[in-house]
Write a protein that binds this ligand. Structure first.
Ligand code: F6P
Length: 365
């Protein structure tokens, strides 16, 4: 049997999905360029220690985070793969303080590309899945983009996606008509449509959150997680499972495959940060993918895709996944903000614990 027969490649899928759409051919061509960069990053990450690219650089990015060698190499792979084709007017990346201007020798195009070149990169040295997240926005082609041109709400994204570098490399994307997954056939070098029209179940019994931050969360999040942990003997009346990979792409991928919720809420650990994840190149693209698969993405107090960005590297609280679970989290936040919830004191802070209740109240707000 010919193993190539009956297989939809990424290029064929894009031609079909974008046929007849304004700028469809250009958008398809840009996504093919992104996919080519993703293949280069997949090859680098797959070499592991043999590639000599593990470990940290003696540098920090704009967020003050230590840069890994692979962060910078992945960033370069995307810029070099997408700057020359006349399709993008500018790019912005987690690794660059200001937007990247397309060099004068290349034509500028109609799109802005925003990306996190290697999400979860603290995991590279321990051989756990990492990913690339990207978002495509429209731009008037004549003018070189200013930072303000990138500050568009997520609902205006024309495409979004991520690559996950796991046991298999996959590309998961949306152009606004469902969320679809492609698996890299490494021998042939093609992305093949293996997971068309992903659908997240509305209900779920699996949650993902870094519980080491529990004492810094707001009461509605403490309440939600406490009820999940109480399982069938508590409010929820059923047992829940917990996962934490510390790589958002991997958590989101699991949720797209079998449901669940992922939370990186606002906390008081670093009062200067209203959340950990960045709106433009982490929360927005992932929110679009989740919603296109029937899920929901919220800050706890509103839909992520409707936020008006105020800065390129803005951070936001993120709660996403199975629709009914995220709706419950929004309800808990609303009840708390109205003062309608029962005063919630986490068992972490009961009398016999290491912490005193007044610490919980002080840290929860
Ligand atoms: O910076 C993004 C990120 O690496 C996500 O991919 C991941 O979910 C999170 O940070 C991990 O955070 P923590 O180190 O608190 O577990």
């Amino acid at each position: 049997m010919n193993m190539q027969s009956g297989r939809t490649t990424l290029s064929k899928f894009l031609i079909e999905q974008l046929r007849g759409r304004d700028d469809g051919a250009d958008l398809g061509a840009l996504l093919v360029d992104v996919a080519a960069a993703v293949k280069a990053i997949a090859a680098m990450t797959a070499k592991g220690a043999l590639g000599g690219v593990l470990g940290a650089l003696d540098a920090r990015n704009v967020q003050g985070e230590t840069q890994k060698k692979l962060d910078v190499l992945a960033n370069d792979a995307i810029i070099q793969g997408c700057e020359w084709g006349g399709l993008v007017a500018g790019m912005a990346s987690e690794e660059l303080e200001a937007p990247y201007a397309i060099p004068a020798e290349f034509k500028r195009g109609k799109f802005l590309l925003v990306f996190d070149p290697l999400d979860g990169s603290s995991n590279t040295d321990v051989n756990v899945s990492v990913g690339t997240i990207f978002s495509v926005l429209r731009h008037e082609p004549e003018a070189a983009p200013a930072e303000a041109d990138f500050l568009q709400p997520g609902s205006r994204q024309v495409a979004a996606g991520y690559a996950i570098y796991g046991p298999a490399t996959m590309l998961v994307l949306t152009v606004g008509a469902g969320t679809h997954g492609f698996t890299l056939d490494r021998e042939v070098g093609n992305f093949i449509l293996t997971h068309p029209q992903l659908a997240i179940p509305e209900d779920s019994s699996e949650f993902a959150i870094n519980t080491s931050n529990e004492r810094f969360w707001e009461p509605p999040v403490q309440r939600y997680v406490c009820e999940c942990k109480a399982g069938r003997s508590g409010e929820r009346g059923r047992d829940f499972n917990m996962r934490w990979i510390a790589s958002m792409v991997a958590e989101v991928h699991r949720i797209l495959m079998r449901g669940g919720v992922f939370l990186y809420p606002k906390d008081t650990k670093d009062p200067g940060k209203p959340g950990r994840l960045r709106l433009l190149y982490e929360a927005n693209p992932v929110a679009l993918l989740i919603e296109q698969a029937g899920g929901y993405a919220s800050t706890g107090r509103g839909r992520i895709l409707e936020l008006e960005p105020g800065a390129l590297h803005q951070r936001v609280p993120v709660m996403l996944g199975s629709r009914n679970e995220v709706a419950r989290l929004e309800r808990y936040h609303a009840e708390h903000d109205r003062g309608d919830d029962q005063p919630f004191v986490s068992p972490l802070f009961n009398e016999r614990s290491l912490y005193r209740p007044e610490m919980a109240l002080g840290s929860g707000k």
